[in-house]
Ligand binder design. Structure first.
Ligand SMILES: Nc1nc2c(ncn2[C@@H]2O[C@H](COP(=O)(O)OP(=O)(O)OP(=O)(O)O)[C@@H](O)[C@H]2O)c(=O)[nH]1
Ligand SMILES: [Mg+2]
Length: 299
């Protein structure tokens, strides 16, 4: 018999956050891995690509899969996104249902909760954006959420204030299976750089556009050429109509220039090199509804 304490078993597995658009899923994913991997915005349906971010700790590896918000689809793109979300749900070990602290629980939340009950994954409820409400309101929301369904735990967090993020990680890790390491030590994400770069351009382009335009924007990186301390990047920004093209470009190109500057700064941080960014705006007519165009744009 050995007197040594048994070491904690190594745990590794997949988790995702789900919830309606704008609930704070991507912001939380970034806060947990401590680096900007998923883009975020105040527009609903910002996330379109499944992003995997890996949090390495001495005795665990938590792989977070960032998914789009589940919504009532109005386009073929919307249907594709919902399919991606459902597929992810069936593959992960832990699901965190995100419900903002500052908004009443709605039909959408009830609908999602019902669907999650059918899955094998452990389901936690995560009350997000706690920095936006006072203690009383938070207590009421925690109670309302615990009455919404059967959750393994209910965890309040603020990704922006960095409050309770570590606790959430602890709780999620507890429900991961015992497993050997899934990804190499230094791997933060398995997404190709081109995808991350395209997303950073899209995030910059979303800033300040209104109404339907955010949904109409897609970005494809055509080429990335490393030249010593400089990376040359050629990217196409797609919109659905000529009128949108004019808005994105702005008066004498002023908006496009601002988008390029903002995106370049983020990309330089990501790649750790200087960046030359060449942006072109193109019209792909009604691409959200066109299967052929969707394929070309990577959906
Ligand atoms: N005050 C506050 N705002 C937050 C917090 N988390 C997210 N937000 C804001 O909420 C908005 C939506 O955040 P996202 O992370 O993009 O939301 P999402 O759930 O990924 O949205 P979709 O990808 O569209 O489904 C952004 O404007 C965030 O800055 C938080 O903890 N506190
Ligand atoms: Mg998102």
């Amino acid at each position: 018999m050995s007197a040594e304490p048994t070491p904690r078993a190594y745990r590794a597995g997949f988790a995702c956050f789900v919830g309606r658009p704008n609930a704070g899923k991507s912001t939380l994913t970034n806060a947990i891995v401590g680096q900007k991997i998923a883009i975020t915005s105040n527009k609903p349906q910002t996330t379109r690509h499944i992003i995997r971010a890996v949090l390495h700790r001495p005795d665990s590896q938590l792989v977070l899969v960032d998914t789009p918000g589940l919504h009532r689809p109005r386009t073929l793109l919307g249907e594709r996104l919902n399919d991606l979300v459902r597929q992810t749900w069936s593959e992960v070990d832990v699901i965190g249902l995100c419900i903002p602290a500052d908004e009443p629980i709605g039909r959408g939340d009830r609908f999602i909760t019902g669907e999650l009950a059918e899955l094998k994954a452990t389901v936690l409820a995560v009350v997000t954006k706690t920095d936006l409400v006072d203690k009383k309101r938070l207590a009421e929301q925690l109670l309302a959420v615990s009455e919404l369904g059967e959750f393994a735990e209910v965890v309040p967090v603020s990704a922006v204030a960095g409050h309770q993020v570590d606790t959430l990680v602890e709780v999620m890790t507890r429900y991961l299976p015992e497993s050997p390491q899934l990804y190499p030590d230094d791997m933060l994400t398995d997404d190709p750089e081109q995808v991350l770069v395209a997303e950073l351009v899209r995030e910059a382009a979303l800033e300040g556009v209104r109404d339907e335009l955010p949904h109409s924007i897609a970005v494809v990186v055509e080429e990335m050429i490393p030249e010593g301390q400089l990376t040359k990047i050629y990217a196409d920004l797609y919109v659905e109509r000529p009128s949108q093209k004019a808005i994105v470009i702005g008066h004498r190109g002023s908006r496009l220039k601002a988008v390029g500057t903002a995106a370049r700064r983020q990309i330089e941080e990501l790649l750790g090199t200087r960046v030359y960014l060449d942006l072109h705006v193109r019209v792909a007519k009604d691409w959200q509804r066109d299967p052929k165009q969707l394929r070309k744009l990577g959906f």
